[in-house]
Design a protein. Structure first.
Length: 231
């Protein structure tokens, strides 16, 4: 299978999450690996809803995750959890403000068919606001059972795969009492996706892509290509 890579075209990343731990759960390992492997990447980290202790958790987690970024901005909003469909206008205005200050090469956002209403709104507004960008939709395991058949896989190094659940449990103590918020669940999903893409490390994170442009890099010749933002 032809392998694509995050090459020099990806310098500015926008990570969008409805809630405090969504980005870390959905694409945390991918971001860790990108920032470790590629210097010069800037990240705009936007969380739509965090209140009380969750604000400090989100801030601390993002700061740790982005420690290797060339530049970073952390934007934590306070829209009402569970009510995103009814706050659509205000959230859309927030998205437009982000767009006015940051133009990304790559966007991570929620899966468009996610069973959580807040997640779906964030996904819809991502596509509504950023219409000519490379967008990868991540998955969040949940009780509702909405896991699907992803189309894009990022092989994750074993050390990073193991660090991801450690990071989540360390930075989100308010979630530790939830039966699903466990290291074995986060590892299991990465192991499943790793099996599906035949990852040599056994682990992967998976995404959905509605549209992407593949631009073969000259140095890759016939053996590879880079993911490229649309132009």
């Amino acid at each position: 299978m032809l392998e694509l890579g995050f090459g020099g075209n990806i310098q500015r990343v926008l990570a969008l999450g409805a809630h405090a731990d969504d980005i870390e759960i959905g694409c945390g390992a991918t971001l860790m690996q990108m920032l470790r492997s590629h210097s010069g990447i800037s990240v705009y980290w936007a969380v739509m809803s965090a209140h009380g202790a969750r604000v400090a958790e989100a801030q601390s987690s993002a700061e740790t995750m982005l420690s290797n970024a060339a530049e970073s901005s952390i934007d934590i909003a306070s829209f009402r959890d569970g009510f995103f469909p009814y706050e659509g206008e205000a959230i859309k205005e927030h998205f437009e403000r982000i767009k006015s200050v940051y133009q990304p090469d790559l966007i991570f956002t929620h899966y468009g068919r996610d069973a959580h209403q807040d997640h779906r709104v964030v996904s819809e507004l991502t596509w509504n606001t950023f219409r000519d960008h490379l967008i990868l939709e991540y998955e969040i395991p949940k009780y509702d059972g909405d896991l699907g058949t992803p189309t894009v896989f990022v092989a994750i190094e074993q050390s990073i795969a193991k660090r991801k659940p450690e990071h989540l449990l360390e930075h989100f103590p308010t979630q530790r009492t939830k039966s699903w918020f466990t290291d074995d669940l986060f590892l299991a999903l990465m192991r499943l996706r790793g099996m599906e893409c035949n990852s040599s490390s056994k682990y992967a994170e998976a995404f959905y892509s509605r549209k992407l442009v593949v631009q073969p890099a000259p140095e890759c010749s016939e053996v590879g290509a880079e993911l490229s933002p649309a132009e």
